[in-house]
Write a protein that binds this ligand. Structure first.
Ligand code: AMP
Ligand code: MG
Length: 406
């Protein structure tokens, strides 16, 4: 049995980042990972423009004014957003201008409308600007053409979408999505549509893992339920490793008489590098790699154990494979615990619950009900796992605890 940290290192070493890319329409790119750096031939702002509704002036004209002797300028033009001003503003003149409108020649400063008074064709500047260039968005101030806008390995979420759109990237080159086969093993399992007979269990893992894969940018390949029969499992595993980049199976990796996965993986050429991890829940975890690059995760059958293995370890492997840049490590933060937390202290223990903002700080609240790896019912709304290291048996209410954010 190895530590969680060692398992993480081994797993990340097994995974190489994807090289295959595809070019897709920008509006299909949410959640995808950029495969190349993006630059723009445009400066941002594209040109000098007004940050406010007001009047465009020459700073030297209005610099000397004050409330007792306000400066009066002649309004010679009105410039709405969206047009190219054809006029040049000379000394003693101003133009009416609106937010986002391009500055005409001669204008270097904007006086906001609240600091002015219009009198016919003239405008009185009631108080002088603080500095030359006030309320002007200068061309290239936010970004200069040719610089890198977004680097390869960036996930496209709403901010990146805005950036890509403004750079007119109507298509983007992204890494292809990882294909992940999901397989539930167990004689006791039935599907969500079959009638439950005494002794049976409904296969929830198939759905939970599918959601996990989709949320993490993969393409799930649901291979359904396979009975605990070596020949059938072997056939399914072969199918899985030949169609997917990763395989997630649940069940059959413990030490029971029906736990065949490890032997079959060896039989079909898998190289097993992890066979159990000092974590609770989730100790039975088999990780194997095949010659074609496919990485197999044999997760325990208990629903919470399977998900904890995914959240703590599989996620990092998926992120690395997907091309997400940066160091791949769990998202751990330290917060206050709203409850007493306990562990046997023998394995790194993960306790499910919720991170909630309370009075301006995050608190970890333990899920109500039993912390039992078969109890998927109180997993609802879980968004964090408190992590108690080996040797720590108690964290009292109000003390700090390390939490894995999901
Ligand atoms: P195993 O790891 O195969 O010994 O399974 C451990 C426990 O997890 C079993 O008692 C099953 O009741 C439960 N289990 C196994 N597979 C699933 C599944 N796909 N969905 C829900 N529960 C499962
Ligand atoms: Mg089983």
């Amino acid at each position: 049995m190895i530590s969680v940290q060692d398992a993480q290192t081994i797993i990340l070493d097994l995974v190489t980042s994807l090289q295959e890319t595809e070019t897709i329409e920008l509006d299909q790119a949410t959640g995808r990972i950029l495969a190349e750096a993006v630059t723009s031939g445009l400066d941002f702002p594209y040109w000098d423009n007004s940050a406010m509704d007001g009047y465009g002036v020459r700073f030297e004209d209005v610099n000397q004014g004050d409330t007792n002797q306000p400066i009066t300028l002649k309004i010679v033009a009105e410039i709405p957003a969206g047009i190219k001003p054809e006029i040049s503003i000379r000394s003693g003149e101003a133009c009416r201008i609106f937010t986002g409108a391009m500055l005409p020649d001669g204008v270097d400063t904007i006086i906001i409308q609240e600091k002015t008074q219009k009198q016919g064709t003239q405008v009185i500047v009631l108080s002088p600007p603080q500095y030359c260039g006030e309320f002007v968005r200068k061309k290239g101030n936010f970004y200069q053409s040719g610089d890198i806008l977004l680097s390869a390995g960036t996930k496209i979420n709403e901010p990146e979408m805005a950036i890509l759109a403004t750079a007119q990237c109507s298509q983007v080159k992204v890494y292809r999505r990882p294909r992940v086969a999901i397989l539930s093993t167990g004689n006791e399992l039935i599907t969500t549509t079959e009638k439950l007979e005494p002794g049976q269990i409904i296969d929830s893992n198939q759905y939970a893992l599918k959601a996990f894969i989709i949320k993490n940018g993969g393409i799930p390949i649901s291979l359904g339920i396979v009975k605990d029969e070596p020949a059938l499992i072997k056939q399914k595993i072969l199918e899985a490793i030949n169609t997917a980049d990763f395989v997630l199976s649940t069940g059959g990796v413990s030490v029971g008489d029906y736990d065949y996965i490890d032997n079959i993986l060896l039989e079909v050429g898998g190289e097993i590098s992890v066979d159990s991890v000092a974590m609770k829940p989730g100790k039975p975890l088999t990780v194997a790699k095949f010659d074609n690059g496919c990485v197999y995760f044999g997760l325990p059958g208990n629903p919470v154990s399977a998900l904890v293995g995914c959240w703590r370890l599989v996620k990092l492997a998926l992120d690395k494979f997907s091309g997400i840049k940066g160091e791949h490590k769990p998202q751990l933060i330290t917060v206050k615990s709203a409850h007493d937390l306990s562990s046997q202290g023998k394995r790194e223990t993960y306790i499910w619950g919720q991170l909630k903002p309370v009075n301006g700080e995050y608190l970890f609240s333990l899920a109500k009900g039993q912390q039992n790896s078969a109890n998927l019912i109180n997993l609802g709304l879980t968004n964090a796992l408190a992590m108690l290291p080996i040797g720590v048996t108690k964290i009292k209410e109000g003390e700090t605890v390390t939490v894995l954010m999901l």
